[in-house]
Design a protein around this ligand. Sequence first.
Ligand code: ADP
Ligand code: MG
Length: 535
Amino acid sequence: MALAFDEYGRPFIILREQESKSRLRGLDAQKSNIAAGVAVSRILRTSLGPKGMDKMLQSPDGDITITNDGATILEQMDVDNQIGKLMVELSRSQDYEIGDGTTGVVVMAGALLEQAERLLERGIHPIRVAEGFEISSRIAVDHLEQISHKFDFSATNIEPLVQTCMTTLSSKIVNRCKRSLAEIAVKGVMAVADLERKDVNLDLIKVEGKVGGKLEDTELIYGIIVDKDMSHPQMPKQIEDAKIAILTCPFEPPKPKTKHKVDIDTVEKFQTLREQERKYFDDMVQRCKDVGATLVICQWGFDDEANHLLMHRNLPAVRWVGGVELELIAIATGGRIVPRFQELTPEKLGKAGLVREKAFGTTKDRMLYIEHCANSRAVTVFIRGGNKMMIEETKRSIHDALCVARNLIRNNSIVYGGGAAEISCSIAVEAAADKYPGVEQYAIRAFADALDSVPMALAENSGLQPIETLSAVKAQQIKEKNPCCGIDCNDAGTNDMREQNVFETLIGKQQQILLATQVVKMILKIDDVISPSEY
Ligand code: ADP
Ligand code: MG
């Protein structure tokens, strides 16, 4: 096969080493690829929805992650198969673009693959299947647009945003505090949002965590926090209208280096040296006071004597602050980092409304809060929780909620969750199938079936009878012409997601359908897998 002959009958090789490569072709290739994709999506299926299960993943060096977030599960799972990796990418791209819906998109793709396999077995060409899926995804996306609702919110009325963020958080481990966390996320996003330009810079929101306390203690800080404390315990714990000198130069008398030789042979000489050192530092402190600084934040340390003097001269100071934090403080307070002491001037001071030190628990754990900063609108979400895993998962959940709030500010359209949007799309796609005369209509019907798999998974995960529940809800949607009927996962007594306040963003849902279709089309178009054989 890989051997050909030129016009003189001499053989030459087109593809080398065919024997040492494993190769799958045609339907076999498609089937094995589909099986791999479906296997990955099966893993995530049980994590979908408010009653979804969590996964515990152990990394090779023993770190444990407990999570419900699809992107994180796949990221940590160390998928080996190439098609499996495509599913990981799929979830990751949903995470980049939208932030939420990372499990749903993989479940959707898996369902499409399962449907595709059935069509291939019936002898329909993969290209026709791919085309049918493409047509259906366009129908579904248009339909979503039609059933979407706009809602109004303003800086004073953030309730609709909070409701949507609560839907996102309800499927996470932290759903116990979803109300307060959703409020924190929305307030944080509103603080940094530019409502006129409909833009949110999420970089301005820092998410920090510290083990200890309860989840309920999680708070939003209008400013930044630094894991440091005042250098002397008797320095003031609270400074109002702070003017901050940010130093990256040593803040102490110059020390004689080891290479230098200082001859001190009399008491007087020692006294003068000591006096001089003291004076040198005294001058430095005076200089800070002269330019008006009420707080010194320093990258370097200073010794106990200097510390004592600072306390005496009533100049609070923080030492050993890392470079990254210094930069952040400088940006937030509108100050300049001063690399040489002589360059300290009043304009270079950062300004903050309130700097305070807060102690946690019974340990000597203290943190510095820098609030009401002059320049920037940077905010910090400060998470407390019982252990590290909880804090990490809360960080991921807050990230999802922040993304949802941002998406809503960009585009305030919503669709109803709990599978309602998918069921409604499924009905629309099914109805459209009859208009297509070709083989595509089978693929379009299959797409409608695949859409049903999300509500089905939700019902299954909530302990309901999947098929019965789905058919009942579907019948209700058709009868009442109401696209808000979904799966009542929490046994709230109503199927109407409007009453349950289960909302999702329109762009998130559309993106899910588009991304899932793209990946499935890509997998279907592979008919030859050439890979290096096992050793
Ligand atoms: P994803 O990573 O895809 O966001 P989730 O585990 O967050 O996955 O589950 C999201 C799904 O759960 C969505 O389809 C959403 O509509 C649904 N859902 C969330 N909260 C509820 C609820 N209270 N009742 C019914 N469905 C819900
Ligand atoms: Mg979610």
